[in-house]
Design a protein around this ligand. Structure first.
Ligand code: ADP
Ligand code: ZN
Length: 363
């Protein structure tokens, strides 16, 4: 078991990582200052796979508890999904003194965080991420959100949780394609942190897929540690935090383009490949380093049907991206592992080049 503190402006909060660590929740929910009544939003699939494990642990507390089972899938991350949760909280008479606990992947965490941040002007929230993607990325850092008008995460808040428990027992039931999606964000951290972590991921790549306990624990710990350090320095994405969006300007466009049949992490890896080509084109990477850096993302098995065809429509999605200013597309580029350049302006022909090379290298 590993424990760390994430430091934010107003408050520090713990992140616990390990196998079968969910029962450590007792101490956390019984701390002074923690709200009494528990409203638990749990992904329906996670609930049916782990019902006994979850209910046994929660039933031993003598608090008011309600399990709200959330329909899996991106469409739950919507006004409708939000409305249903909020209505149930009102109906079950949950007040200001509520701790909302999310148990699920990114969809559950993002939606629950948003609901908690607006219900009665804000109640407490805690996350128990059950996907690799949520464990290494979305459950940490306090970003919440829903999709609206075909734009992903266009509405949301910054809202830090009271605690996060990453119990890798949940990950054992995760389908292969969801592991793949998590590995996408992991590859992002490999590029953002340092050569040691990059090499560790490269060397242990297959062990991640076979869910080897020590490897899983280490990669989650290192990713959370890194993300936590970024969040402490820049909670609201004024500057440094932007590096966490490496590959994401491309990725969001690729996801929209494929109508979200492409999983987020897979899109991120394709986006990182594009960002590497763009970095090379802008003179930040030599050809030798480009080839070296492409090796890690190319280890991920990406389905060939995800070849990007419509360049104009990809560009249209990119211009709609939240990270842009004054109608220009800005990119996060890389000159080495851990060396990022943010807000880089590039012209359309360079973007075109990067997309074409991505398609070619993946075909
Ligand atoms: P992400 O974290 O990638 O945003 P989602 O929240 O969309 O993922 O969840 C992806 C899928 O995985 C959903 O169908 C969800 O029900 C399922 N899921 C989440 N956690 C688990 C788990 N531990 N075991 C099995 N399936 C899970
Ligand atoms: Zn992402």
């Amino acid at each position: 078991m590993k424990k760390m503190e994430i430091k934010t402006k107003n408050r520090n909060y713990p992140v616990i990582i390990g196998n079968s660590v969910l029962d450590l929740i007792y101490d956390l929910i019984n701390q002074p200052g923690m709200y009494e009544n528990l409203f638990i939003v749990v992904d329906e699939n996670v609930f049916s796979l782990h019902e006994k494990y979850i209910t046994n642990i929660f039933n031993e507390t003598n608090k008011k508890i309600h399990f709200y089972k959330l329909k899996p899938g991106e469409h739950s991350k919507s006004f409708d999904g939000l409305e249903t949760i909020l209505s149930e909280m009102i109906e079950k008479k949950y007040g200001r003194d509520t701790l909302l606990i999310s148990i699920g992947g990114g969809v559950t965490g993002d939606l629950s965080g948003f609901a908690a941040s607006v219900y009665m002007r804000g109640i407490q929230v805690a996350h128990i991420p059950t996907t690799l993607l949520a464990a290494v990325d979305s459950a940490i850092g306090g970003k919440t959100g829903i999709n609206f008008n075909n734009y992903k995460n266009i509405l949301g808040t910054f809202y830090q949780p009271q605690f996060v428990i990453i119990d890798t027992k949940f990950i054992s039931t995760l389908p292969k394609e969801e592991i793949n999606s998590g590995v996408g964000e992991l590859i992002k951290y490999a590029f953002l942190t340092n050569e040691i972590f990059y090499n560790y991921i490269y060397k242990n790549f297959d062990k991640i897929y076979s869910l080897e306990e020590s490897v899983l624990n280490k990669i989650i710990y290192k990713s959370v540690l890194f993300k936590g350090s970024v969040i402490s320095k820049d909670e609201f994405e004024g500057g440094l935090r932007k590096i966490l969006n490496l590959g994401h300007t491309f990725a969001h466009a690729y996801e929209s383009q494929t109508n979200y049949s492409l999983k987020h992490g897979e899109a991120v890896v394709m986006g990182i490949i594009s960002a590497l080509f763009l970095s090379y084109k802008k003179g930040l990477l030599s050809e030798r380093r480009l080839k070296k850096f492409l090796k890690l993302p190319l280890r991920m098995k990406l389905s060939p049907e995800f070849v990007i065809r419509n360049y104009q429509s990809i560009l249209k999605y990119m211009y709609g991206d939240k990270k842009n200013r004054e109608g220009e597309i800005r990119f996060i580029l890389l000159s080495g592992i851990g060396n990022l350049a943010t807000d880089v302006k590039v012209n359309e022909s360079d973007i075109h080049y990067a997309i074409e090379e991505t398609v070619e290298v993946l075909s």
